[in-house]
Design a protein around this ligand. Structure first.
Ligand code: PLP
Length: 385
């Protein structure tokens, strides 16, 4: 599937055959009420959905503008939005009679969510993870192992998320019996559509909840963007609501000007990455630049193809937040609300705080709190003063 000029399936013929099998299965299952009921059963009874839409009064008083609501994906089982997608895709894998699931992970959240779903459905599980991410997300690595999955360290390049995806695709190409459970709205078709489908629950719930609590739509919604799954999940129900401003927040790392960042959209360079056509961070010779962000889940040099399209048509506004701003938001939310956010989500909090004052007190905005920050406590404590 293409989103304007973006998306597609830029992969070897061998892989196309596998993707076609997955695509056919997904297209059948997404309209199958038995499949949908099973997926929703696990979301309710295992994940703990619906996740609350919480009015953050202290944060609102601090920002002194619109009422700030937090969509609490951090309260899901395993601590982030990633589990919505892994439950959906593992049911697709089961339908295809696969017995071995592989996945990439950056922050470890998708690795934990995949290993968890594999325990639940009794599947063999292997997680590809860059060596740099293994260091900074130690707790999640131990959890993945406890859940019975193998962690396969990826040493190439920067040893982060891009290389983990590279290696997972290579393994998938060589081993047709495995199912590659992609963790974000990226990669060749049908992954971006499939991941969006399983994350749309965030937006559906948020819209229903805000209308019930406030009787009106939010003025703005904000989510962080790594590959773009929590964001597309929240945005999906609001894209058609013209009055709602939509913001995606990428990791500006040490600052855009330093070159050490993870903003795929900022240079307007379109290229091919992980089987999709999208905005990528490219060197002048066309090679992929190293991405950098303090947050492992945002440390990715591309962006999902639907986001590329939404940027091009100007429906979503993409902004960025530095490491420093994100860490300040991490500390602030912890102190003001007693909620420790993931460093990824802290980027959305930081940007939400910046714009809240642009609205009136009777307005409301929604920030997606995509995950909890237990995994990031050590990183934050290790920051040199
Ligand atoms: C808590 C959390 N939020 C956000 C992200 C970014 O991913 P995505 O853009 O696919 O939502 C991650 C990725 O690991 C994550 O763990």
């Amino acid at each position: 599937m293409y989103y304007g000029e973006f998306g597609g399936q830029y992969v070897p013929e061998e892989l196309k055959k596998e993707l076609t099998i997955i695509e056919k299965a997904f297209n059948k299952l997404k309209n199958d009420s038995e499949f949908k009921n099973k997926y929703l059963y696990y979301l309710e009874n295992y994940v703990g959905r619906p996740s609350p839409l919480y009015f953050a009064k202290n944060l609102t008083d601090y920002a002194s503008g619109a009422k700030i609501y937090l969509k609490r994906e951090d309260l899901n089982h395993t601590g982030a939005h990633k589990i919505n997608n892994t439950i959906g895709q593992i049911l697709v894998a089961k339908h295809l009679n696969k017995t071995h699931v592989i996945a990439e992970t950056g922050a470890g959240q998708h690795g934990v969510a995949t290993a968890t779903a594999c325990s639940l459905f009794n599947m063999k599980c292997s997680i590809f993870m860059g060596v740099e991410d293994i260091k900074r997300q130690k707790v999640n690595v131990e959890k993945i192992k406890l859940l019975g999955a193998d962690v396969i360290p990826v040493k190439t390049g920067t040893g982060t998320l891009k290389e983990a995806v590279d290696e997972a695709f290579k393994f998938f190409l060589k081993n047709k019996d495995v199912y590659y459970l992609v963790g974000s709205a990226v990669g060749p078709s049908p992954y971006p559509e499939m991941v969006k489908f399983f994350q749309e629950i965030i937006g559906k719930e948020a819209k229903e909840q805000i209308l019930k609590k406030e009787g009106k739509l939010p003025k703005a919604i904000i989510a962080c963007v790594g590959g773009g799954s929590n964001s597309i999940g929240l945005f999906s129900s609001f894209l058609g609501e013209k009055s709602v401003e939509i913001y995606g927040v990428e990791g500006a790392g040490k600052g855009i000007n330093t070159g050490k960042h993870a903003c795929a959209i900022v240079n307007n360079t379109v290229g091919i990455l992980h089987g999709m056509k999208t905005y990528v961070m490219e060197n002048t010779d066309g090679s992929i630049k190293e991405a950098y962000s303090i947050s492992a889940g945002l440390d990715y040099p591309g962006i999902g193809p639907e986001h590329a399209y939404l940027h091009k048509i100007k429906r979503v506004i993409y902004k960025s937040v530095t490491d420093e701003e994100a860490v300040n938001a991490f500390k602030l939310l912890t102190r003001l609300e007693g909620i420790i956010p993931a460093l990824e989500s802290s980027h959305a909090i930081a940007y939400g705080l910046k714009i809240a004052k642009n609205y009136k007190k009777e307005d409301n905005i929604i920030i997606n709190l995509s995950g909890r920050g237990d995994k990031d406590v050590e990183t934050v404590l290790n920051i040199k003063k």
